[in-house]
Design a protein around this ligand. Structure first.
Ligand SMILES: [Mn+2]
Length: 444
């Protein structure tokens, strides 16, 4: 007994913390160069999350997504300053501004006491800090205020993240803007978000690979759930199987609260209690995806508890799948996820649903498709996108039609994460069966 415990302790101590995978540093440097070109008439300031902002008792530290996208930096308390070259040769500030480094990463100083709690961190004056950060210039965060004051004098404008209308972090960003207004009271504060968003919408090869890894782990989680889901089991037990596999395969966490709902619960769009029991004859809807090295995926499948769809469940499933296939075959550059317009994929899916099948009253089923067709996926499961975006090669989106009929206790959604290619789409979650017969077979 003692010996076993000792052995267990040794194994535990010798296991390194799971290292996040990251694109090579030059990719991030390239993004900063691109942003400097886009926002060439002002300095850009991005704040990484502090320890308090990026973590809670319930989760480990995770960087703010825009900051991570520009830096690849996942430690707390960092700040990014981008200073474009000044073009006005006659300006008295020309020399001063153009001598400044274009990109500086500011890091908090070493805090040995803090590190006893949170582990060793990289500090600004560490030897080899350039190689450890991918930045030519790394400074202590105490120099940020001085540097920003000098840089902003040449432009009078600071680009930073302005709060979105419906933001989860709506307290953090206004606080940050107050900080900037204190340092540079005369500067105009402009929004860097649309420019960063337009970059984030087009994924690099490295990003696609990370999304694929999140997807592969999630496909494995779904397949295991199909084998586990048996009459009498609780929804949370199926969710537990899925979470276990996500973590086992190197995901840091699920990309969103897993939703596992049987029967009536399958018709509740954001059902995440997962507290019900499943019975034979019900459908079980599982919307579960992992986060791998900060990248998300988003997959939903609906399976028959007991292994075989009823004729009515199968009918509804076939309509949802038909709608997804109709949208899928229409995906190509120039199409759109918007609800309206001649290039709307939503309209294609909606029309399919609305012209196939009926409810108990003989009405068309369009009114039971109550959400959008899809969204972008990346560092966030609902990755940002600018208004009036048309699809472009390199975008990663979901296609997720659904029909939810509470009075019949049938909710069916089929959701895949796909890559927009030069002339169509590649289903990143294509390894997970979608056809109802294949789903039934995979459950055995
Ligand atoms: Mn989704």
């Amino acid at each position: 007994m003692r010996k076993t415990m000792l052995a267990a302790a040794c194994i535990f101590l010798s296991l390194p913390a799971a290292a996040l995978e990251r694109e090579p540093w030059p990719v991030f440097a390239g993004r900063r160069a691109q942003l400097l070109e886009k926002l060439s008439d002002g300095v850009t300031v991005l704040f990484g999350y502090t320890a308090g902002e990026g973590q809670s008792l319930r989760s480990s530290f995770r960087q703010e997504s825009n900051f991570y996208y520009m830096t690849g930096w996942n430690e707390p308390g960092a700040v990014l300053l981008l200073t474009p070259p000044m073009k006005e040769r006659n300006s008295p500030l020309y020399e001063q501004v153009n001598q400044m480094p274009r990109a500086v990463l500011y890091l908090p100083g070493r805090n040995a006491r803090e590190e006893r709690w949170t582990g060793p961190k990289i500090a600004p004056y560490d030897e080899g800090v350039r190689g450890k950060t991918g930045f030519e210039v790394v400074r202590g965060v105490e120099l940020f205020e001085r540097d920003l004051s000098q840089a902003v004098a040449g432009f009078g404008r600071i680009y930073t993240l302005k709060p979105r209308e419906r933001a989860a972090d709506r307290e953090i960003e206004p606080r940050r803007i107050q900080t900037l207004e204190k340092i540079a009271p005369l500067a105009e504060i402009a929004d860097a978000r649309p420019s960063i968003t337009s970059m984030r919408m087009i994924k690099t090869q490295g990003e696609i690979e990370l999304i694929q890894k999140a997807t592969d782990a999630s496909v494995a989680a779904h397949l295991a759930a199909w084998k586990r889901a048996k009459p009498g089991l609780a929804e949370y037990q199926v969710a537990a199987t899925m979470l276990g596999i996500l973590l086992e395969r190197g995901c840091e966490r699920p990309a969103y609260s897993p939703m596992v709902g049987a029967g009536f619960n399958s018709t509740v769009l954001h059902y995440a209690e997962n507290s019900g029991k499943m019975d034979a004859g019900q459908v079980l809807l599982m919307d579960v995806g992992g986060e791998y090295s900060l990248y998300a995926t988003d997959i939903t499948r609906t399976i028959p508890v007991g292994g075989k769809f009823s004729p009515r469940q199968r009918e509804i499933y076939d309509i949802v799948l038909g709608a997804q296939n109709a949208a899928l075959s229409a995906v190509k550059p120039g199409m759109s996820l918007a609800r309206t317009g001649s290039n709307s994929l939503y309209q294609i899916a909606y029309q399919y649903i609305n012209t196939h099948g009926k409810d108990r009253e003989g009405n068309s089923l369009g009114k039971y498709f109550i959400h959008g067709l899809g969204h972008h996926v990346g560092l966030e499961v609902h990755d940002p996108s600018n208004a009036d975006t048309t699809l472009t090669p390199g975008m990663v989106i979901t296609l997720e039609p659904g029909i939810y009929i509470p009075e019949e206790r049938i909710g069916v959604r089929v959701e895949d994460t796909i890559l927009v290619t030069d002339n169509g789409a590649r289903i990143l979650s294509g390894a997970l069966p979608r056809n109802p017969g294949d789903v039934e077979r995979a459950m055995q």
